[in-house]
Every structure is written in C-alpha cells, then in structure tokens.
Design a protein around this ligand. Structure first.
Ligand code: ADP
Ligand code: MG
Length: 754
C-alpha cells in the first residue's frame, strides 16, 4: 500500500438546539462551515479584520448517523485491514461529553447502541470463522492512561499478575513497534469471550471513577486487538501480525469554563498537557521537513507512536457539539482535526518469520536430502558413505593424506563427500598458513638489510654527487660564474647527474651490457626482497663489509668506478649467472600466489558459514526469549490457551452455577429466564438476589428488544449478563478506592472473571 493521509471524520452529537446560524454542513457531506465572531470587546477591536468564518473539509461529516452506519462508513475498512496484517487505529478526540465514549464503546446495555469496539470484535470473529484457510490467534489488552500513569484495566482478571502501575513501561522494539511492558494480554476465542473482557475493563473504569468522583472521560483508554494469522494450507514459517488500537481520548476542557478545583483541576491539567503534546506530535508529523517528532514527551504520544506516524491505517474521529454554547471548543476540535489530516502514514503488512518453525522445516529438509543421498549412493554402489560429522580418526587420516600429497608420496586424494572435501581444504589452508609464516619471517629479515643497503647507497650517491659537482666547478663547463654556481642538491639534479654520468660511460663504449631501462626498473623494483640463500647470507654481513664485498664478478664488464647499487647488481645477476634460480623463484611465487587466492576464497566461505550460524543462533535465542515474555506483553499462562475453548467455557459454566450449555446457548431469552430462576431458587445469596432482581427488568426489556430480531446479539447479552453478575457480586464486597501515601489510587479487590 502507498503512503496515505490519515482519514478524519467529524461526528456531530445530536441535539434539539442545533446552532444553524453558526454551523453549516454542506450537501457534499465533507465540508462544515463555522460562522463565529467573538463577543469579547477587547477581541472585537483586535480581530475586526480577521475572518469570522472557517471552512473545514474532511473525509466525512456525520450528522444523525446510527452506530451501525458510523461503524460501516468509518471503521470497517480498518478492522478488515487488521485481519490482513495491517495495523489499524481508530481514535476519538473532542470536548468532554461530545460523544467519544458513546462512539467507541457505546451503550453496554443496548445491542443496537453498541459502539465501535463491540462491533469490531463481532466482525473479527465472523471473519475468523469465514477465513477457514487461515488460523487466527486473537489477544486483547486494555490500557488506561490516567494522570500520566499507566493502568491495566484487565489486571483484575484471573491469571493476570497484578502489576504496580510503575512497573508498566512504554517501550519500542525494532521491527515490532511500540509495546507496553507489564500490560496483560488475554487470549480470546469468541466474540463473547472478547466482549466479556471489554465489559470487565469498562467496569474497572467505572469503579475507579465512582470512587474518585471522576467521570470516565478523564483518562485516555486504548483497547487493543492483537491478531496473528497463519496459513493452514502452506507449511510456511511466515505469518502476519497486526494491532488494532481503538482509542478513546480524554476530553479537552477549559479550566475557566468548567471551574475545576482540587483533584479535578489536577486531572484537567494532565489531560490538557497530554493533548497539547499530542498536538505537538501531530504538528511535527504533518510538517514533512521535520525529522524529529517529540513522541516521548507524554505516555499517550509514546504509546500511540506507531499508530500516528507508522505503518498504520489511521482514522481520527472528531466528536463535536452543535450547540452555540460550545462553539469555541467545536472550532478548536475542528482545527485539530484539520491538522491531523496532513499526517501521512505508510500502511504495510507486518510479515514475520517463525524461527522455530523455520528451523524445524530446515531440519526436515536436511533429513530428506540425506535420505535421498543415501539412496543415490546405494544405486551407485557406494553404500558405505555417511554424511555425519567427521570423527577424530577420519580427520587424522585426512591430515595424513594431505601431508603425503604435499610431500609427493600420494598422487591423488579421492573425493568421498563434501565434508571430506572441506576437511581436505582445511588441511591445505593450514599448510599454506605455515608456509606463509615461514616466508614472512624470511622476508622480514631480508627487508631490514635492504633498508640498510639503501641508506648506504644514498651515502654513496651523496659522495659521488659532491665529487661530480666539484669537478663541474673546477671545469667551469656549465658557464655559470664559479662563485654563484648552484649546488645541485635536489634529487632531480642528482638523477640528472647520474644519468649524465651513465651516458658518458655509454659514449665511452665502456657501458654495461644491461640496458639503461633495465637498470632504472631495477632500482625501482621491490623484487630485491626475494633473494637466493647465498645472497641472504651475504646480506647478513655488516654494512661496510657488504659494501666492500659487493664487487662485481670478474666476468661482468662494469667500469671500475660504476656507482651500481646492490639492487642493480642483483638485476644483472638475475639475467646472467642467477637466471635459472630466478626462473625457479618466479614459478614458486606464482604457485604461492595461486594458493593464497585459494586460501582467501576458502576462508571467505568459512567466515560466511560461521556468520550464518551465529545469526541463526542469535535469532533463535532472541525468539526463545520473546516466547519467554521478557520485555514483552505478558501472555497469561493461566488463561486458556489456543484451542482450549472448551476448557474456558466449562470453567465459566462451573463458576456461573453450572448452567447447562445447551440451555444457556439455546436462544438467550428463555435461557436467561431459566438462569435467573435457577439462580434465584438454588444458588444465589439473598443479598445478591436483591441486586439481580433490580437489574433484571431492564435486562429483560433489552433482551426482548434485541433478541428476536437480532440472533447475533446473543454474545453481547451473554457477556453483559456475566458482567452485571460480577458487578453485583463485587458490590457486596465493595470497599471505597483509597489512595496510598504517594497519592496513587488503589482499586478495591476485584473478583476474578469466571
Ligand atoms: P465523551 O466520552 O466525549 O465525554 P460521551 O460519549 O460520554 O462523551 O457522551 C456524553 C453523553 O452524550 C452520553 O450520555 C451519550 O450517550 C450521549 N451521546 C453522545 N453522542 C451521542 C450520539 N451520537 N447519539 C446519542 N447519544 C449520544
Ligand atoms: Mg468519554
């Protein structure tokens, strides 16, 4: 998928007092105009010339739309994308009371009024049932951010470890995006299980707000559906994962207008600060020239990092009032919405590789290939060959073969299998390395002496130089006045002199048979460092001696005063007396070079194999650690694992008073009547009974409305029924929420969901 803009929708809260003179929705369904002039006298003067109308064009302006239509138009695409491996985010933003929670969660009492989250869960499980060629794993988490503290709304559930809020941390993992360490992650296998968790989380929000005297909109809530999808048909180690974040942001509010004090004011300050950080992050994201986005300024922006600027399908819903009294807040919500429209994301499928599965697959492949080889060997009448690692004895045998081969006593090393070939090469490599060490040691010795020779030669050149310049001065042949005659001290001048001298020798017919070109190249050549043993011996003599003893052989027709260096003399030696040795040396050098290149090639192969092994070991280790839950979400081990749905339901039924599954599932209404009767008659404590009776008329009314027309509402009502039951039983042991010394809230003990 290509990079795309964040889709922004506006939802207008229905009202009997729609401010038509202030808000105009155009028939295109995408434009809303606001006409507003501030009343304040001060502002009237300063803004006289400023426009008092604004036009906002967004993806859709939704007025008087049902929950169902809203879901279909705004969220369905994102939810289906999550099942295909794309991360998705739906985020509600706006003033307190403008309808964010109604949009996101909706009513937990009426099936028709249910919001985006229950609808998304229904869609997810309907699709999971339809897509039979894939196996899905679905997990849920529910995070609340209250006054910059992370709270796990599902920590009350059976099996969750009760984390202190401070042990929860927003962190990032390369390739996996943002994670909340310490947040519980719950496997779910059906819509009903999922709704059960949603309602549980909602209830924890409500309990918290009762005790703290706050309404639920004073925190940010992120409900996340984690999806993992593997192909059932392909035995592939690849699979896709996605996160669907459904975000209900805390409402923005004006302190002056609400007159908040004390705790409420503290909360409002936190909310406004985190929303302003969110706005800063959005501004930075929308400005494509900026490469730093301040995500870490608040828990909210950090937790939403990959939902805002990552590879996500992102939808923002701006909830607004349409009454005149709220027009300023409406205007600022629309401005924020417009900025969000400029943010671009790059939706991409999250493909992963299951390393354990891949290793298993490779092991299987290796085994199959071994069997194939042994079949081939049997057919080729070579049944004794094995392909396991070589034993010590086999390695010793290979070593001895290579040594004999190098010494010339063995003509061929016959190839048995690839492992043996590798071992043979390893032995060759060893031999070459030993040889190389020897040669290097020899070269090091020789090189030092050559250096000394060179310094001796330089001294000779200097001496000769001085002599010749004196001669020049004496002869006055240059025509330059004697006094001012420049002393030829530069190397260039020296070389010139040297060549002149040599030319003279040539002219005199006393020149060496070695050509001038040869001599020059000899002086540059570095080949002097490879010497014959005799020469080596010679070079080990002290400097002066070596100078003295370096007389050309009598057969060489050098002029007696020839300034030939040792190297030049050696070049002469190579073409003359030492030519045979030189040839042998050259051959040896060629062989050495060839072996060196072979050695390099072999060591590259070995290194590549080693790197691959290291890499696989590291990733395997990492994978094991991840599976172990380090630095990850906590997967609840006590929770029913994938495939243990029966166990979950059995447990639920047991705790629910052993209501037979057939009766419970038979068609909600009758089933529930039976349950209520059964509970009243046999199971429920008298105190609890009172509460259940209080709740039941409304529930039955809903059931009557919902069930006959909507068979799909069964899960919703079942989950709600259980939640009510939990709430009632919790009410019996309810103790007010207290704060500890650091002002941290402490939720009352909560009964496990069963
Ligand atoms: P917020 O979460 O933005 O603070 P709520 O979602 O709690 O606001 O909404 C406040 C009240 O307005 C709730 O009683 C809710 O039922 C009602 N409400 C909001 N939007 C709608 C809507 N589109 N249709 C019907 N009722 C709505
Ligand atoms: Mg709310």
């Amino acid at each position: 998928m290509k990079s795309r803009e964040v889709q922004v929708f506006v939802r207008i809260r229905p009202t009997a007092n729609f401010a038509r003179h202030l808000i105009e929705c155009l028939p295109d369904g995408q434009t809303v105009n606001i006409y507003h002039r501030k009343n304040s006298k001060k502002l009237q003067d300063s803004r006289k010339r400023q426009p008092s109308s604004w036009s906002f064009q967004l993806e859709g302006i939704l007025q008087d739309v049902s929950q169902e239509e809203f879901y279909t138009r705004v969220c369905r695409r994102v939810v289906l994308g999550a099942l295909d491996g794309y991360n998705g985010t739906v985020m509600c933003f706006g003033q307190t009371g403008a309808g964010k929670t109604y949009t996101m969660t909706g009513s937990t009492e009426s099936y028709k009024q249910r919001g985006v989250i229950p609808r998304a869960l229904q869609e997810v499980f309907q699709e999971v049932e339809k897509r039979t060629e894939h196996a899905f794993n679905v997990h849920l988490s529910y995070l609340e951010i209250y006054n910059e503290t992370l709270v796990d709304l599902l920590s009350s559930l059976r099996g969750s470890s009760h984390q202190s809020p401070h042990s929860m941390v927003v962190m990032e993992e390369p390739g996996r995006g943002v994670l909340i360490r310490g947040l519980s992650l719950h496997p779910v296998h059906s819509e009903e299980e999922a709704l059960n968790l949603l309602f549980e989380g909602e209830m924890n929000r409500i309990i918290g707000s009762h005790a703290l005297n706050r309404n639920s909109s004073r925190s940010h809530c992120i409900f996340t559906v984690h999806v993992e999808c593997r192909s059932r048909t392909l035995s592939d180690a690849k699979y896709v994962t996605s996160k669907l974040n459904l975000v209900d942001l805390a409402g923005s509010e004006r302190l002056g207008k609400t007159g908040s004090e004390g705790q409420m004011m503290k909360e409002a300050v936190y909310i406004n600060r985190s929303l302003s950080f969110l706005e800063q992050a959005i501004l930075a994201l929308a400005d494509h020239r900026r490469d730093h986005v301040p995500f870490r300024q608040s828990k909210l922006t950090h937790a939403l990092k990959d939902s805002l600027g990552g590879n996500c399908n992102t939808v923002l819903v701006a909830n607004i009032y349409s009454e005149a009294a709220q027009i300023e807040e409406t205007l600022s919500t629309l401005r924020f919405a417009c900025r969000m429209k400029c943010v671009r994301t790059d939706p991409a499928v999250n493909e992963r590789v299951d390393l354990a599965a891949q290793i298993k697959k490779l092991e299987k492949d290796v085994q199959m290939l071994k069997e194939e080889l042994s079949l081939c060997n049997t057919l080729a009448k070579r049944p004794s060959i094995t392909y396991e690692s070589l034993s010590e004895a086999q390695l010793a045998e290979i070593h001895s073969q290579v040594q004999r081969y190098l010494a010339g006593s063995l003509e061929n090393i016959s190839i048995v299998n690839i492992r043996q070939v590798h071992a043979v090469f390893a032995q060759f490599k060893l031999a070459v390395q030993e040889q190389e060490q020897k040669v290097k040691a020899q070269l090091r010795q020789t090189y030092n002496l050559v250096k000394k020779d060179q310094s001796a030669n330089t001294a000779a050149i200097k001496e000769w130089d001085i002599r010749s310049s004196t001669e020049d001065v004496e002869a006055g042949s240059t025509g330059v006045p004697k006094k001012n005659a420049p002393r030829p001290s530069s190397t260039k001048a020296k070389t010139k002199k040297l060549s002149e001298k040599q030319n003279q020798s040539k002219r005199r017919g006393e020149g060496s048979p070695v050509s001038r070109k040869h001599l020059e190249s000899a002086s540059k050549s570095k080949l002097h460092s490879v010497q014959t043993p005799e020469r080596e011996h010679e070079s080990q003599e002290p400097d002066t001696e070596s100078q003295d003893t370096q007389e050309p052989p009598a057969s060489e027709p050098f002029p007696p005063d020839s300034p030939l260096t040792k190297e030049q003399a050696f070049e002469v030696f190579k073409v003359g007396q030492g030519s045979k040795i030189n040839l042998i040396l050259k051959d040896n050098k060629a062989v050495l070079l060839e072996r060196r290149s072979l050695l390099r090639q072999l060591s590259e192969e070995v290194n590549a194999a080693k790197r691959e092994i290291d890499c696989t070991t590291a990733t395997l280790q990492q994978h094991r650690e991840l599976r172990g839950g380090q630095g990850q979400y906590l997967v609840m081990e006590n929770e029913p694992a994938a495939g243990s749905r029966d166990h979950f339901i059995d447990a639920a039924e047991r705790a629910e008073g052993r209501v037979p599954a057939e009766i419970r599932g038979a068609a909600g209404h009758q089933g529930r009547e039976f349950e209520s009767w059964y509970k009243k008659s046999f199971l429920v404590h008298e105190q609890e009974l009172d509460i259940t009776m209080e709740e039941s008329p409304r529930e039955e009314e809903d059931a009557e409305k919902g069930l006959p027309d909507e068979p799909s509402s069964e899960s919703f009502y079942n989950a709600r029924y259980r939640t009510l039951k939990r709430r009632n039983s919790r009410a019996l042991v309810f103790t007010p929420v207290q704060r500890n010394s650091s002002g941290q809230r402490r939720l009352p003990p909560i009964l496990p969901v069963t």
